[in-house]
Write a protein that binds this ligand. Structure first.
Ligand SMILES: [Zn+2]
Length: 207
């Protein structure tokens, strides 16, 4: 940097400007490259299954890329240490329990006792925490890095506000039976770039 100082002191801006442009440009390129490789990593891990060798890869991912992993929604939202039991899985169409017609089920239903804590499955920001009468009930929607969103429906209570930042594993509310629900459970959805994806892929419970 010494030569830059000298050029500034001598007031010869014509000579230094091309260097400054070059510096700014190359920094942009480096940060873009980092972002792409993180997204590529995410794409690789989304497609992993629950076979022992794939679960090992997830473990390595967690250890080697802790910064990316914080934004990867792969914990069970009702108990980060245990694989969940499901009452209803992800499907493009299923018989809706209340309305009796075929509707898409865009998430999984995780059954647990009333007021079981519900955890954020990745670091993110609360984009909705409100009551939707007749459908989602008390619900929370989080936005995460790398195009992920997660949704938590039928809560008895949510304890986070819209705009608030949450951490992976932080309690955001308590399980309930509110809205269009027929029993105590958490309806849990994951979206990537606006498209629903099967949360089973992230809970590693197999098909
Ligand atoms: Zn559901």
């Amino acid at each position: 940097m010494h030569f830059l100082k000298k050029v500034f002191i001598s007031g010869n801006l014509n000579k230094v400007l091309p260097f400054l442009v070059l510096f700014g440009f190359s920094n942009d390129c480096i940060s873009q490259k980092k972002e792409v490789s993180a997204s590529e990593k995410i794409e690789q891990y989304i497609n992993l299954s629950s076979t022992p060798s794939d679960l090992k890869k997830i473990e390595i991912f967690e250890n080697d890329f802790p910064e990316i992993f914080k934004y990867y929604p792969n914990i069970n939202p009702i108990n980060p240490k245990v694989k969940p039991g499901l009452s209803s899985g992800f499907s493009s169409k299923r018989l809706h329990p209340l309305e009796g017609d075929l509707k898409a089920h865009n998430g999984v239903d995780i059954v647990a006792k009333e007021n079981t804590p519900v955890y954020a499955s990745a670091n993110g920001k609360v984009i909705k925490s409100k009551f939707f009468n007749g459908k989602a009930g008390h619900s929370v929607e989080l936005s995460h890095k790398y195009g992920f969103k997660t949704r938590y429906f039928h809560l008895n209570l949510f304890i986070v506000k819209t705009g608030e930042t949450v951490l992976k594993g932080q309690i955001i509310g308590y399980l309930g039976n509110t809205g269009g629900s027929t029993g105590y459970h958490l309806h849990y959805e994951i979206l990537k770039n606006g498209k629903y994806i099967n949360p089973k892929k992230f809970l590693h419970i197999g098909e």
